[in-house]
Design a protein around this ligand. Structure first.
Ligand code: PPS
Length: 313
């Protein structure tokens, strides 16, 4: 049987968003770096989901770090509070295992007390056991213009820390519009989960970054209800929801020492400075980077892609 590497070497490929020779490959309709595709293939073969699992799904740069923090704080709130939470000393990515990296080869190396896992895998390529089991999926999406700008800055900051050069913003924009971004096309990623959430509303909660920023308290309650960890009226009276919202706010998390000077995956080639996951955390920052023409181009792609779906971004 061909190895994962052999299969990947036969896939269509495009240059990635930096000057390094780290290409993006087209696997089952989405573009991805080979390291992650190997993880996806392996997870498809090996990962066994439990009914108690809560799977946090997202395309990159749509609010993953935040959603992981909120969900982790919700499920661990009877063990920790806002002065003892592991989130004060750990990046949320280190509190929630990542399917295609941490759980790709085995689902047995999990903390039995932690039902959370996260992935960027599109709905159509999730391991069968996640689709078939009664576990819950929470998906977050974000306006494509902000998502692109966030992505570009992430790659630029990552490149600076790894002695690589990012492609110019205009080149990255063209690639993004063509769907060539890690786990892209972005619109297909969102639509896959959107359609599945309409078919299976009890299984998939579909969230938007902008709506969560607008009324975080409301969405934290919704999220807690959906994943089976509802807040009691007593907890609400005691301010438990507000404390979680405040602890997981951009201002609070980005100013923690661990997120200013700590590193994710330290000691591995995939090491990333935690601070790169925090930039502005704002809605509408695209206005500072995209020309009116670029914005109109992205809006038009979004309209065309989402046409008839009932979804707006
Ligand atoms: N707590 C909190 N609240 C609100 N927003 C936050 C928070 N933490 C991170 N961010 C912003 O999310 C953007 C990064 O996206 P992701 O977390 O999805 O990145 S990743 O996929 O996990 O690499 C990136 O957005 P931009 O600031 O627009 O670049 C982060 O700043």
């Amino acid at each position: 049987m061909a190895s994962f590497k052999e299969i990947i070497s036969t896939l269509p490929r495009r240059k990635g968003w930096t000057d390094s020779n780290n290409d993006l490959f087209l696997y089952r309709g989405f573009w991805c770096y080979s390291f992650f595709i190997e993880g996806v293939m392996s997870a498809q073969q090996n990962f066994q989901s439990q009914p108690s699992d809560i799977v946090i799904c997202s395309a990159p740069k749509t609010g993953t770090t935040w959603l992981k923090s909120l969900t982790f704080a919700i499920v661990t709130r009877t063990t920790f509070d806002d002065s003892t939470s592991p989130l004060l000393a750990n990046l949320s990515h280190d509190c929630v295992p990542f399917l295609e990296v941490d759980l790709a080869h085995s689902s047995t190396n999990r903390d039995p007390k932690n039902p959370l896992l996260a992935t960027h895998v599109p709905y159509s390529s999730l391991p069968r056991s996640i689709i078939d089991s009664s576990c819950k999926i929470v998906y977050i999406c974000r306006n494509p213009k902000d998502s692109f700008v966030s992505f570009y800055h992430f790659i630029a900051r990552l490149s600076a820390s790894k002695d690589m050069k990012p492609v110019a913003l205009e080149e990255a924009f063209e690639l993004y519009c063509q769907g060539v971004s890690n786990y892209g096309p972005y619109w297909d990623h969102v639509l896959g989960f959107w359609k599945a959430s309409l078919d299976r509303p009890d299984k998939i909660l579909f969230l938007k970054y902008e709506e969560m920023i607008e009324d975080t308290v409301l969405y934290v309650k919704k999220l807690a209800d959906f994943i089976g960890y509802p807040f009691s009226s007593e907890e609400i009276k005691k301010g438990s929801v507000d404390k979680i919202v405040s602890m997981c706010s951009f201002e609070k998390l980005s100013n923690l020492e661990v997120n200013k000077s700590g590193k994710h995956r330290e000691g591995t080639p995939g090491v990333i400075e935690n601070k790169i996951y925090f930039r502005k955390g704002k809605v509408g920052d695209w206005e500072n980077y995209l020309t009116p023409e670029m914005a109109a181009q992205l809006d038009s792609i979004t309209l065309q892609k989402l046409n008839g779906s009932g979804l707006t971004l």
